[in-house]
Every structure is written in structure tokens, then in C-alpha cells.
Write a protein that binds this ligand. Sequence first.
Ligand code: BTX
Length: 325
Amino acid sequence: VPIKQGVWKRLLEMDGEPISGQKLAEELGVSRTAIWKAVQTLQSEGFEIDSVKKSGYAIHAKPAFLTLEEMQQYRTSEQIGKYIHLYPSLTSTQVIAHEKAQHGALHGTVIVSEEQTAGRGRLQRKWDSGAGKGLWMTIILRPDIHVSRAPQLTLIAAVAVVKGIEDVTGVQAQIKWPNDVLINGKKCTGILTELQADVDRVQAVLLGIGINVLHDKEDFPEELKDIATSLKMESGEAVNRAKLAATIWNYLEKYSDLYLEQGFEPIRLLWESYSTSIGQQIIARTAREVIEGRAKGITKDGVLLVEDSTGKIHEIYSADIELTT
Ligand code: BTX
């Protein structure tokens, strides 16, 4: 066992009480200098260890790992989050969700990971998913709907995320069509919806939600520093990820039930009230063309309507959106 890990394990066991460098050195059978070096390394890696005068080292704050118990404590939804699979590290929660869904995972099953080594966005893009910093999860839903309605679930998820963030942090986030959640113009959440379907019926919807929660600016790679943000950066506080996860499940269940009972209209209204793009001048880049105009709203199918300068209305099913005003 590296000295570093031995030191950390003993400090955890001491639960905030100080232990001297001398004692640690004796217990681990190494020199006091080696202990001192290990503590320095741990501190530089972000572990909060205090040097207490004369008495030694103590843990300042325990790292808040996600636990099943804590997530369950905040859950009031019936099905979403009832079954949680929690991993320390995965390639992508989407990959595991696909496997679980193929093997019959029930509606509402959630896959959560502290870290993703190959987190993915849309169109083969990457999603940065650092260890312990975010909420990286995939929710398996099994609504009995036609495949053409599946994009609406992305919009329902976006509303649930905005509501969850608002409840837990007091911060008001906004939705950028179709799948980004922004705070003060910077991206804090991405949503990726994937499907397993028969000819035209949905078998499973894999709703991937990635939320930057505990990042400081330096935790993002260079290319994201100016476009990404986290809930901690926006609220100034270390946000409880377990509470955030469960709160989002609660809203997701509420809004997907509402959707199945009353259709998309109530969701559409909520969605538009949180949207940054509606009424704005935008550039929409689709796979085929670039359309410039004013975003007018979304249809009951979740399609974005854009009016160009000639007054022509374009229906946009999938695109990257840039706000120009
Ligand atoms: P997207 O294709 O809309 O966005 C991807 C783009 O966002 C990247 O090209 C990059 O510019 C930027 N980006 C990458 N990582 C971050 C980040 N952490 N914060 C802000 N911006 C970033 C969005 O795709 C959908 C992302 C879904 C992620 C979840 S996490 C759980 C699940 N598992 C998985 O592999 N993906 C989903």
C-alpha cells in the first residue's frame, strides 16, 4: 500500500481527531519525513488535511462520496431511483444502461458513476466527467410511446433538471434548445437521450444527464474553462450531489406522469418559461444547412420553430444553436 493511502485511511479512521506524525510513522513503519511528504501530496490533490499544532494531522472535511443511502433519503418518487447502480468509475453510464436495459432493467432504474473515462455527448462528442465533481447518471425509462415522441423526453428532463437545481441551490438555470442547461450563459448540464426501440414503439429511453456540480474553474480542461460552469461556481457553495440527484428524479417522475396523462402542452409551457432561446435571434446549424432567424417557440413535438428574415418558418429537429443577441 502506498504511504499516501495508508495515511489517508488512518486519518479517515480518526474521524477529525488529530494523530501525530510520529504515531503515523510508527504505525506505517516509515519515517516522519515520508509521512510529511505523503500529507503534502494528499493536500495538493485536494484532500483537506489540517496540520494541528503539536498534536499532528487531522481531516478537515470528509470527502462527500455519493452513497445509496443518502440518495434514497431524499427520494420521494415511486419508481425513478428505486433501483440505483452506483459505480466509482465507468467508461460511460450510457454504456452500462444499454446493457442493463437489454437485460430487462425496470422503468426508473438509475446508473450513477463518480467518474466517467469516456463520457459522451451528442454526435461522438466528448463529455468531460471528472471524478467526484459531477453528477453523471443515466435514467432508464420505459414509457409506452411512439419513437417519434422520444425527443420530448429530453425536454422533460431539462425542465426537471432546472427545477432540481433551483430547489437545491436557489440558482436559476436556463434551457438552451434542445439539450443544454446554462447558468449565466455557461453550460452546466448536458442531456443525451438514446433509445432502444422496436419498429415504432419505445422499449427503453436512456436519459443521460451530466451536471457539473463541485468543479472549480481549474477542474475543467482548458477548452471548457470559458464555456462551462458548475453549481458550486455559481452558488458559491458545495452542493449536495445526492440531494440534487434525488430531487431531479422526483421532478422527472412528476413531469413524465403529467406528460403521459395530459400530453406535451403543460411541459411545453414550463419549458418555454425556462428557455433562453425563445424570442431570440439565433443561428441554427443542422446537418444539412445553417438557418438564421428568430426562435419563435417549440411545437407540441418539441420541434424548434425559427422565422428567417423573409418570414419563412423553419422546423428544426436537431441542430446546434448559437444565440446572436
Ligand atoms: P453535447 O454534444 O450537446 O455537448 C458536448 C460538448 O459540450 C462538447 O463538445 C464540449 O464542447 C462541451 N462539454 C464537454 N464536457 C462538458 C462539461 N463537463 N461541461 C460543459 N460543457 C462540456 C451534451 O452533449 C450531452 C452530455 C451528456 C452527458 C451525460 S453524463 C451521463 C451520461 N453518460 C454519458 O456518457 N453521457 C451522459
